[in-house]
Design a protein around this ligand. Structure first.
Ligand SMILES: [Cu+2]
Length: 390
């Protein structure tokens, strides 16, 4: 029964995922998304019903076999050997289950992400594959042992079972061996993560480009540094209709900060994403670069990475002329969470500079008016003069 539930959960998930992918590819309008959700629920109900029907059929077959068995006994013939039947079912389950696992790898394995497009991403992939290979080997060995033992040592009146109440050696082996392997994996992961996140600016490796990524329900806002190469301060208390990021325009570094719709970044330059959230927890997720970090309100975080493959190179590599890198939100942050998607384009340095020159500053005329910017600016200058005098 439990195996059946597992199998149906798997098929159900596949169906829902396939629908979601088709939806995403076809259109991203809210209406189609709602229709997609309905289809998902409908198929869940369908699979539940199918599951119940199969349970019912299995029950009926069991009853028929029982009647057959009793008739055999009444006629004085050999009763059915349920131990043999169960043993054979176990072997069949092993073969079908192993094929199922192979099918998952071969069919859904193709949906895996392409090569990592960032320097640290390669290390993350190495870790992923090490863990996958190790666990697959252990999985295959343990499943074969489990089901062949069930078959090989099924009950037989001709055989005496060997009773093994306790064996310290076996206990030690199956406790220490996995503990060593897991410790190695965890330590390996710990040092890799430390390497990725320790590339801090304070250690003399400042990022070439600073980008503020701010999540709110339901979009990402991007802020690029202007000519001064620095991003101005922000303060959530300054957020309003015109100043949606709460940029502190008293900070002179903020005057030339730029806003952008697409995240365009130059290849082989280190990028520092300063991650903010304005309402709930969001998550900056750029799967092709193996970048993911939560965006937490009130707790700015950052992630540094270096893209290594341009969008056009990736298009050639994947033989997909419409391929785009994407920035997603990876927290189910509300009703229109699926809308939090931005195109990320990795280009050459020259293309990047050309694109940057066309981006508009955050400090629009409207904002200058709203903030009575001229007065503030002169106030700042006056303060500077005072400071100088002092
Ligand atoms: Cu979100």
């Amino acid at each position: 029964m439990l195996s059946l539930i597992a199998a149906f959960m798997l098929f159900g998930t596949n169906m829902v995922m396939a629908q979601a992918t088709a939806e995403g590819g076809a259109s991203a309008s809210p209406a189609t998304a709602a229709a997609g959700a309905d289809n998902g629920l409908a198929s869940a109900g369908y699979y539940t019903l199918l599951f119940l029907i199969i349970c019912f059929i299995v029950g009926i077959v069991g009853k028929i076999l029982r009647v057959f068995d009793l008739t055999q006994q009444i006629q004085g013939k050999q009763p059915m050997n349920w131990n043999n039947i169960m043993g054979i079912i176990c072997l069949a389950f092993l073969i079908v289950g192993m094929y199922g696992a192979y099918w998952e790898f071969s069919v859904q394995g193709k949906m895996i992400l392409p090569d990592a497009a960032s320097i640290h991403g390669v290390k993350i992939d190495q870790m992923f594959w090490t863990t996958t290979v190790l666990t697959t080997i252990v999985f295959v060995i343990t499943q074969i042992l489990l089901f062949t033992f069930l078959f090989r040592y099924r009950y037989s009146a001709k055989r005496r079972g060997h009773f093994l109440p306790h064996n310290n050696t076996i206990e030690k082996v199956w406790t220490i061996a996995p503990a060593i392997v897991l410790t190695i994996l965890v330590i390996f992961g710990f040092f890799t993560w430390q390497q990725i996140t320790n590339s801090v600016d304070a250690k003399g490796e400042p990022a070439s480009i600073n980008i503020d990524v701010t999540g709110h329900q339901f979009a990402w806002e991007l802020r690029y540094q202007g000519k001064d190469g620095k991003l101005g301060n922000t303060n959530y208390k300054l957020v309003n209709g015109t100043n949606k990021l709460g940029i502190n325009f008293k900070d002179k570094y903020s005057y030339d900060d730029l806003q952008a719709d697409t995240m365009v970044i130059p290849v082989r330059k280190s990028i520092r994403l300063n991650i903010h959230a304005q309402d709930v927890i969001h998550s900056v997720y750029m799967p092709h670069f193996r970048v993911q970090l939560n965006a937490v309100p009130g707790l700015p975080t950052y992630f540094k990475f270096t893209p290594t493959i341009t969008t056009s190179e990736m298009r050639t590599k994947l033989d997909n002329p419409t391929f785009e890198y994407l920035l997603y939100c990876n927290k189910i942050c509300g009703g229109a969470h699926y809308n939090m998607k931005k195109v990320v384009r990795v280009v050459s340095e020259a293309e990047y500079q050309a694109w940057l020159a066309q981006q508009k500053p955050y400090l629009t005329d409207k904002l200058k008016q709203d903030l009575k910017f001229a007065e503030q600016k002169s106030a700042v200058q006056q303060n500077n003069r005072l400071a100088l005098n002092n």
